[in-house]
Structures are given as C-alpha cells and as structure tokens.
Write a protein that binds this ligand. Sequence first.
Ligand code: C5P
Length: 406
Amino acid sequence: MTKRLSNKRILLGVTGGIAAYKSAEICRRLQDEGAEIRTAMTSAAQKFITPLTLQALSRNPVHLDLLDAQTESAMGHIEVARWADLILIAPASADFISRLAQGRSDDLLTAICLAADCKVVVAPSMNRSMWEKNATQNNMGEIQKRKIKILNPDEGDQACGEVGVGRLMEVRNIVNALSEMFETHSLSGKQVLVTAGPTREAIDPVRYISNHSSGKQGYAIAEAAMEAGAAVTLISGPTNLPVPARVKIVNVESADEMLEKTLSIIESTDIFISVAAVADFKVESPASSKIKKTGELKLSLELSKTPDILLEISKLNGRKPFTVGFAAETENLIKNAEKKLREKDLDLIVANNVSDPTIGFNSDLNEVTVLGHQLHKTFPKSSKKTLARNLVVVIAEKCLDSISYG
Ligand code: C5P
C-alpha cells in the first residue's frame, strides 16, 4: 500500500478538550501512513489524556513545558518547530485558538507555533455555542489570515449532550486532509540514487581538473525525490551545498570513485538519476608530490578518458534501474540529447542549454526539455527547486509506466 505520509515529520499538538482522547488515534493513523510523530501537550490536555499514552504511541518523549531545562536541552521548542514538516493542533480548544490569534508564546505549544516556518494546521473542537460566538469566529478569521489551515469541526452529537457544529473532524478525514497537503507521494517505497556536482581529477596532491557544476540541480532533485516519499542516496562530488534533510550523502572526489560508489549500491536502486557533471578526462598518472615550476614555459599532461558512469549502469545485465541522464549542451540541444538517449540506452534524458548564463551551472534557475519514449516536454524557466519537483513528477509517471508495461 502506498504510504501517503512517508518521510513526513508531524508534530501533533494536543490542547485541553474532551476530544483530546482522539489524539491517540490520530497519532496511530498518521503513523499508519508512514509519518514520524512527535507530540506536545498543554497542561489542560494532560487532564484528559496522559503524556505516557502519547509517548508510548509516538515512541518519542512528549514535549510538555516551555521552561523545562531538561526537555529544552534535549530538543527545545525552536528545534521542535524546525524538526516538523507540519504542525497539527488537534483538538484545538477555544482558549488555544484565542491565544494563537493573539500571537502569544507563553506556553510551549503557542511558542512552537510562533517559531514554526512550516505549515500549521488547526482542528478545532468545542461546545457548539463556544464555536458560534463572535469571539471564536473572529479569532478563527485572524489565524486564517496568517495562512494557518483550518480543519473545520463536524456537526453532530457533542460530549456535552448538545447537538451542533463543534465536533472534532473525523480522524480519517484529518489524515486525508494532511496527506493531501503534502505535494506528492509518487515515489513512495522507491530507492532513488542521484549523482550530483562536479568531479575532481587530481593532477598532483594540490591541483586538479574540474568544472563549474554547483550541484544545485542534483541536490534539488534529491530533495524533491525525498519529498515524494523515496529513500534517497546522493553521491556527490565536492560542492558547498547543505545536504537535504533525510537524504543519505556519499561524498566522492573523482569519476572513478563516483563509479565505484554507484556500482556498490546500484543493485538496490529503483531509479538512477545521473545529474553529476562528471569530468570526461583524468590525468593518466597524477604526480605523487607537488609538480614544481622548472622554468619551462610548457607543461604537458597526458589525459585519459574517465569511465562513463551512466553508460556503465545502462549496460548492466539483469536488474537495471530506471535510468535518467542529463545532457548539458551548448548547441543542437535536442538533437544531441536524443543521440545520448539512444546511445546510453536511457529511459529519460533531461536536456539543458548551458550556453545561457541565466540558466547555467551556477544559476538558481533552469529551463529544460525532457525526452523519452513518446515524450518531449519543455519546462519553462523556473527555480531549480521547482523544476526538480516537476521532473520528479515526470520521472515517477514514466517509471510507473515502465513497470506496468514491462
Ligand atoms: O555524454 P555526456 O557527458 O554529455 O552525458 C551526460 C550524462 O552522462 C549525464 O547524465 C552525466 O551525469 C553522465 N555522465 C557520466 N559519466 C561520465 C560522463 C557523463 O555518468 N563520465
């Protein structure tokens, strides 16, 4: 079964209301969808359900106090806010919503919400009269203005004996709503291997041959694949980029090393995306000590071809992964890319014109055409991150097609 929340980190905040007992069920159902859960409770919530319950279910300590030195030193409210991909407050009491609307931060949960940059989702639950009051509705209007997403309460029987709007949204509907908020789960369960960045080919211990690749596009693809639910390994040449969260990094220098690491995990790889700008030539015999200036005006280096990693992978007998190559071209973009698609026997090739400096190696922007069997799709200029997400959608679709049609 496809897990719609795999790789997602959700902080479940529980406030004081009778529906707090349902938070245990919410925790379990989110875990069923693959989410990693941490929980935070207000002191009122602890009157309805014990922290031990949520600790046992979430398999993590429950965050309870803003000023508790012990928990704050383990994972403080800022770190919890940063840790989460999404914060869900369920149930959210009228009092909590009022404090959230005021932007307060005098308890742990409001402080976490204020510190968070991720999406905050609020599922209110309260007596129908409290829900209807202008005070509550004004507060709801206020928090919506701040892009906090509301999961509106259901209508029906209430624990207080009344009938009306105020029941916590059904747990399965909460889980569905959260799953839909994450863009995609198209690569759930897949092992994805991305190569990125340049390689460095040693001339001597202090000098090397390399290229201008920044690694930005490859890193963005690794991150987008992870967001789509894949388990991602990134084999990277030297770059200055931060490693995307939850992506396994393998650092390499040379083309030979990149090939070796790629081959070592290719058997367990479902999708291989070769974004690296692998040097085409290496120094035949690098010097073991620094080459000294001798007064000669010329120095010759004998170069030999590096292995073509992508070609090696596409020639593999037996279980070959779905293979995606990149073609960085300065002229005859499509013709050259089509040739590579055929010659390297790829499933897809992503062609980009590196002669345009606005979409070149170091830019944050890119514009590409993806070619494959019955596929010719151009993505207009956009950020490398946006493009990465779009490419992952195409890769997932085509990979799935290739499985269904053998
Ligand atoms: O033939 P060309 O270098 O243009 O092919 C580009 C594609 O091949 C890219 O996907 C790149 O990562 C891959 N490649 C490789 N090993 C090489 C050269 C290129 O894997 N030595």
